[in-house]
Design a protein around this ligand. Structure first.
Ligand code: NAD
Length: 424
């Protein structure tokens, strides 16, 4: 029995969406919730000291009714151990299916990983390369540009993606295959705008939400939780749209900036001093105070499980853009809905990343590369439409945006499934 089973949670969300859509067929519900395939592999590696160590890796392929499986590969060691990790990648692969469907890109859902933590264990670069290439070899039969396209995730980078691409290409008779993986460095066929994608996508969502609520972003007050990739770019693009940053945080603490400050200035300070705490003109506050600051837009962009029922009761924002994955606990959702705060759920708010991964794959497949603006404009269209479609769904079924977004995604996958039917 897995404690806090993430896959049980993912299954519940699919069932809730089926309830909204009136899907009663038990078999179809099970089909939608369960991965098509979960591959578990043993990766033997000769370590630098000459000893053999066995690593365990996974690739979960959830659904490919709308296109090849797509999703990250993480190197991590969750507390629940290897068995927990299997359930986690299964859940994450399910969320990838829905994420791709919401922004209407022709890809399905996958996720994988190796039970190893390169940040806390002593693993040399050469050992890590052998682990990566060993894993790539073991999953090589089920991945491919038209089958399953992995990407970076927790503690993996463009370096590992390049090694996976190179291993795959060599195993296939040296066939140049940049489209087998995304998140590659630009010199290896990566896409422009991938580095800003998640934050930029979140900012586009906020712009649409603000339009819907008839809030002007000129002078709108924004609070960012976290000051990493997703949150700083969300902040910078919201600034470009006229908003002002009045609160931020990082792992060392939270600050309020009553007179507001530019993201670039806060970043400069953080780079020099190691934290946003102490930024001139700011006051140190608690996490709870940060999240419940009176503002127009709250961007939880760091960690999961941040907004519980207690915090939800005291929220004083109009829009929540979940740049992070899972920042809101299920217990908080009804309270937030009651308060008429518009939530842009994580699978929509942070889908800019997968949109640009998709565009990287498209560029690889055609062998022609777009400019930054071309890529950003294409992503903007998908995200904007995803927001509008989800908002309409929430009005039509009188449900919150989280439930509406899932229902929209499930509906799109069911549509594709029904077109094909079951064969063989
Ligand atoms: P990151 O490592 O670049 O940044 C994380 C930030 O969170 C850092 O500033 C860190 O200081 C801060 N942080 C850590 N502990 C904190 C705490 N207790 N309180 C406040 N801040 C804290 O990571 P990221 O890539 O920006 O990812 C952030 C979230 O966004 C994650 O949930 C991730 O899954 C999600 N996400 C990111 C992307 C992407 O492309 N970067 C895509 C989809 C989802």
């Amino acid at each position: 029995m897995i404690k806090n089973d993430p896959f049980a949670n993912a299954t519940q969300q699919v069932n809730d969406a089926c309830d909204i859509l009136g899907i009663k067929d038990k078999g179809l519900r099970e089909y939608l919730a369960t991965p098509n395939k979960v591959l578990r592999v043993k990766i033997p590696v000769t370590m630098d000291d000459g000893k053999i160590r066995i690593f365990t890796g996974f690739r979960s392929q959830h659904n490919n009714d709308r296109g090849p499986y797509k999703g990250g590969i993480r190197y991590f060691n969750p507390e629940g151990g290897v068995e927990y990790m299997e359930r986690e990648v299964m859940a994450l692969s399910s969320w990838m299916t829905w994420k791709c469907a919401i922004v209407d890109i022709p890809l399905g859902g996958g996720k994988g990983g190796i039970f190893v933590n390169p940040k806390t264990e002593k693993i040399s670069d050469t050992e890590l390369e052998r682990i990566t290439r060993g894993f790539a070899y073991k999953i090589s039969e089920i991945i491919g540009p038209a089958k399953d396209i992995p990407a970076p995730d927790v503690y993996t980078t463009g370096k590992e993606m390049t090694q996976i691409m190179d291993t795959f290409s060599k195993l296939n008779g040296n066939q140049y295959s940049p489209g087998v993986i995304t998140g590659k460095p630009i010199s290896m066929g990566g896409s422009l705008a991938r580095n800003v994608a998640t934050g930029l996508g979140a900012a586009y969502c906020v712009r649409e939400a603000a339009k819907t609520l008839k809030i002007s972003l000129k002078g709108a007050k924004v609070v960012l939780q976290g000051f990493g990739n997703a949150s700083t770019f969300a902040g910078e693009y919201l600034e470009k749209m006229g908003a002002k940053i009045i609160g931020v945080s990082d792992s060392k603490g939270s600050i309020s900036i009553p007179k507001s400050a530019k993201v670039s200035k806060i970043l400069e300070y953080k780079q020099k001093h190691g934290s946003v705490v102490g930024f001139p003109g700011s006051k140190k506050i608690s996490t709870e105070e940060l999240l419940t600051t009176k503002c127009d837009v709250l961007v939880p962009g760091a960690l999961e499980n941040q907004i519980d029922a207690k915090i939800a009761k005291h929220l004083k924002c109009k829009i929540i853009a979940e740049a992070a994955n899972g920042p809101t606990l299920p217990e908080a959702d009804p309270i937030i809905y009651e308060k008429k705060i518009l939530v842009i759920p994580d699978i929509l708010a942070n889908s800019g990343g997968v949109c640009i991964s998709y565009l990287e794959w498209v560029q690889n497949n055609m062998g022609y590369y777009w400019t930054f603006d071309e890529v950003a404009n294409k992503m903007e269209k998908n995200i904007t439409k995803g927001f509008k479609d989800a908002y309409e769904m929430s009005k039509k079924h009188k449900v919150d945006m989280r439930k509406a977004t899932m229902a929209l995604a499930v509906d799109r996958v069911v549509e594709a499934f029904n077109q094909k039917g079951i064969w063989p």
